[in-house]
Design a protein around this ligand. Structure first.
Ligand SMILES: Cc1cc2nc3c(=O)[nH]c(=O)nc-3n(C[C@H](O)[C@H](O)[C@H](O)COP(=O)(O)OP(=O)(O)OC[C@H]3O[C@@H](n4cnc5c(N)ncnc54)[C@H](O)[C@@H]3O)c2cc1C
Length: 429
């Protein structure tokens, strides 16, 4: 029977950040990861915001393999045969370290090597099957016939967290609370990316799409530029997928998205080098699990720390911050020898006073706000159509622009009760 101080289940960003915080201290820490290497099973869009975590990561991300600094933000309303894009850039984005694109297979692997250099054991290809419990307290893990005892187990095992479920800490999964995303990483040369996306060296673009990309269903498309690849994907709410008639297939949506005129030019001549699919928690604040139990702490996606804000998706900085705070709490527990909820509850307090719970709480109504069909169908269809009418010149005299807009808005349903409700709903998000 083996016993260590800490077993971290999951070598993603939250598990590795926790391990980094614990490394170099007088503790025996192991990270167990079911994938071939940390990062091999992890999927993100993805862009990581740096500002919220800058004050807590210490030197953890020094020399991190970021792909590109995001200097352009784009959002597209995609109709069936047309689209409208807002393209934002500015000196602030260009001059400051605000957010970076990342590739998890590179990033997590790099972080795991850093963690190992500091003396933590990271064990890949090791899938945990269950928790060891004694008198209601978590005392270790079970994996393929082996048992490892620990003072504390950290469940950093991602959105489907088997660990949190086994401990009875996770709310029941419902289709409305989750989305599924698929993504391709497409290789292009660095110069080609700079030219096609109108960015300088090491500068990049974060681009989100809603509308026809998901055939008007809850979800959207994304495109992030990396150093010499682009990450392109589609996300759809699981409930929306289940209800879709005719049924929608995720890979068909992605193929159709890739073939769109708006996308085709960006990825032309590129070669797909990675393909992945993953679930995303969509419940925000309302989906947070219980965060600790005697001998157990839950971090990152496993705890439900993810937020779809419409204009962006966040999860990675919550994963990193919660991992670090879990590490800090464990150090306190180690110093007193008390791994019960009496000490582990400090993790909850730390999260509450941090941006993690504050942001999730502030945007707690976002899920319900976005869960309206018109957001994904009416507006992405009608607004590009309206613009098309304004920019189109036919034979004969041109109608006044104001009159064109007025007629188009009235005819499309844009001026109905739905829009009024949406505008009123804006106050809550
Ligand atoms: C398509 C998509 C787009 C996204 N876009 C963004 C974005 O742009 N920005 C952003 O901030 N967030 C984004 N997110 C969310 C973000 O990726 C997650 O919030 C983040 O990855 C959570 O990190 P984590 O460490 O908690 O979990 P994960 O990264 O999922 O890591 C969990 C780890 O646990 C391992 N594991 C699971 N079960 C076991 C087991 N039984 N035994 C051993 N190991 C196990 C897994 O293999 C995995 O390595 C996106 C997510 C998706 C799916």
């Amino acid at each position: 029977m083996e016993k260590v101080d800490v077993v971290i289940v999951g070598g993603g960003l939250s598990g590795l950040s926790c391990a980094y915080r614990l490394a170099e201290k007088d503790l025996q820490v192991i990270v167990v990861e079911r994938g071939d290497f940390p990062g091999s099973k992890n999927v993100t869009g993805g862009r990581l915001y740096i500002k919220p975590i800058e004050g807590i990561v210490g030197d953890m991300l020094d020399g991190a393999p970021f792909e590109r600094k995001v200097v352009r933000e784009r959002w597209t309303l995609m109709g069936e045969k047309n689209s409208v894009t807002v393209d934002f850039t500015g000196e602030n984005l260009k001059e400051n370290r605000h957010s970076f694109t990342v590739l998890r297979s590179t990033f997590d692997r790099w972080l795991s090597e850093r963690v190992m250099e500091k003396g933590v054991f990271v064990i890949p290809r090791y899938r945990v099957d269950g928790l060891l419990q004694e008198e209601g307290k978590v005392v270790g893990i079970k994996a393929g016939g082996e048992e490892i005892y620990a003072n504390v187990v950290v469940a950093s095992d991602g959105v489907l967290s088997f660990m949190a479920e086994k401990a009875g800490l996770k709310p029941r999964m419902t289709p409305k609370g989750y989305a599924i995303g698929i993504k391709e990483v497409i290789e292009l040369s660095e110069d080609r990316i700079n030219e096609r996306f109108n960015v300088g060296k090491e500068e990049g673009v974060a681009h989100l799409f809603i509308g026809d990309v998901t055939k008007g269903r809850f979800g959207g498309g994304f495109l992030y530029t990396n150093r010499n690849t682009v990450s392109l994907g589609v996300v759809v709410g699981i409930k929306a997928m289940m209800e879709a008639k005719p049924p929608i297939e995720l890979h068909t949506l992605l193929d159709t998205f890739k073939a769109r005129y708006e996308i085709e030019g960006f990825i032309k001549g590129g070669r797909t080098v990675e393909y992945g699919a993953h679930i995303i928690p969509e419940m925000g604040y309302k989906g947070i699990s219980k965060l600790y139990h005697d001998g157990l702490i839950i971090t990152g996606d496993a705890a439900g720390f993810a937020l779809n804000m419409g204009i962006t998706v966040r999860g990675m900085e919550f994963a990193i911050a919660s991992g670090i705070m879990a590490g800090e709490t464990i150090l306190k527990a180690h110093s007193t020898g008390d791994y019960s909820v009496n000490t582990l509850s400090q993790y909850g307090e730390m999260l509450k006073s941090s941006f993690v719970i504050k942001d999730l709480y502030n945007f707690r109504e976002m899920g319900d706000f976005l869960d309206r069909d018109e957001v994904f169908s009416l507006y992405p269809r009608s607004i590009p159509d309206m613009i098309e009418k304004v920019v189109w010149f036919d034979e004969g005299p041109k109608e006044r622009i104001g009159a064109t807009l007025w007629k188009a808005a009235k005819g499309s349903g844009l001026m109905g009760l739905n829009t009024l409700k949406l505008l009123l709903g804006l106050k809550k998000v």
